[in-house]
Write a protein that binds this ligand. Structure first.
Ligand SMILES: C[S@@+](CC[C@H](N)C(=O)[O-])C[C@H]1O[C@@H](n2cnc3c(N)ncnc32)[C@H](O)[C@@H]1O
Length: 353
């Protein structure tokens, strides 16, 4: 059963059973030395949380590490964590918390999420336009669904420069660096002459004859097959290239710079009036990328409940925790609007989860 819990993150995490969580996303205080406040609604209700640390960055890091250590314990062996932070402490968090607990080799990326456009008020330093979201897995085997995004107009104009009766296409290599001694010449072209070997797109062959039959074909037979299907163009100098049609393109594989998701705007429908609320599109992307339907998602700094509201819509199970009564209340209303089914629990009464 999905759980909305009011309580301190550490105390609640200690009561959750080991290796029961598939995905953790957290957006904890960033060591910003600020208090965040929003006055919300006609009655002027103050929704707030504090991010001040009298003991400096050392105190902040040891506070965070203690909690992330519990999250590590809770993750299944195939699980992942996304830790959202910014320049105030991101380098300390990578070196002293995540590399130490998850291991340097289990670092899967640092997402630079561009949340702001240019600021004109940064006089003596560069304007800060991004947050960092660290992505680590518990092990080398983990749930990962690659995400493809639309190709930019610039990319399309630069690469998709050809057109025939089947549509717009670009040309890609049918060879790759280094010689394969078993390669043979095809239609007067031998890749060995340019220190290369044949590299044929297997998915194109599967599309034509299916996976089982594709395995029976030699390289030359595959090239013939592509040629017969009008998927190879030979240049005047005799170099064959593969024709990749724009209509068949999945888009570009998502990398670590995310510029296409806007911060929650003041008039946005999803705005619920919680300070530093993150956009649903950001969480949707993370949850889809690193979990599957029926998996369990945990956010123990849930704030206005963005992670769990999105997890619920995407048919994941979830646990949301926050120590703030306002966060608990705001999230409850948000989930009720979505007709989510969940139980509400207070830390004091939890024995084990
Ligand atoms: C940056 S906000 C999270 C915003 C959230 N991602 C959203 O989209 O609305 C951080 C939250 O962490 C909570 N928090 C801070 N310290 C906590 C602790 N020790 N245990 C549980 N929650 C805590 C604060 O109450 C605040 O709601």
């Amino acid at each position: 059963m999905n759980k909305l819990i009011l309580g301190d993150c550490l105390e609640v995490l200690k009561k959750i059973e080991t290796e029961t969580i598939d995905l953790v996303y957290i957006d904890p205080p960033f060591f910003s030395n600020r208090n965040y406040e929003i006055v919300w609604g006609d009655k002027g209700e103050i929704r707030s949380f504090k991010d001040r640390w009298s003991g400096g960055v050392d105190q902040y890091i040891s506070w965070l590490k203690e909690r992330v250590q519990e999250m590590y314990r809770l993750l299944k062996p195939t699980g992942s964590i996304f830790l959202h932070c910014d320049w105030h402490a991101s380098h300390y968090i990578k070196a002293y918390v995540l590399d130490k607990l998850f291991g340097y080799d289990n670092f899967r990326g640092e997402i630079a999420w561009q949340r702001h456009n240019a600021h004109n008020d940064a006089k003596k330093k560069l304007a800060v336009l991004k947050d960092s979201i660290f992505y680590y897995t518990k092990n080398g085997t983990f749930s990962y669904n690659p995400i493809y995004i639309g190709l930019s107009d610039e990319y399309k104009n630069n690469f998709y420069r050809y057109e025939d009766e089947k549509g717009i296409f670009r040309l890609s290599d049918l060879t790759a660096p280094n010689i394969n001694k078993n390669d043979k010449e095809w239609r007067g072209f031998h890749p060995q002459k340019s220190n290369r070997h044949w590299a044929i797109p297997t998915s194109a062959i599967f599309d034509i004859v299916g996976e089982a039959q594709a395995k029976e074909l030699t390289t030359i037979e595959k090239l013939d097959l592509l040629f017969e299907n009008d998927l190879i163009q030979v240049s005047k100098t005799g170099i064959p290239s593969f024709k990749r049609y724009l209509d068949n393109s999945k888009g570009a594989l998502l990398g670590d710079i995310w510029t296409d998701i806007k911060n929650v705007q003041s008039q946005a429908k999803e705005k619920i009036g919680y300070p530093t609320q993150k956009p649903e599109a950001l969480l949707e992307r993370i949850i889809k990328m690193a979990s599957n339907e029926g998996d369990t998602v945990l956010d123990c700094f849930m704030g206005g409940g963005t992670t769990i509201a999105v997890a619920d819509k995407l048919k994941r199970n979830w646990i949301g925790i926050d120590q703030s009564e306002q966060a608990y209340k705001v999230t409850k209303l948000r989930l009720q609007k979505n007709n989510a089914i969940f139980e509400m629990i207070q830390e004091e009464i939890i024995q084990t989860l």
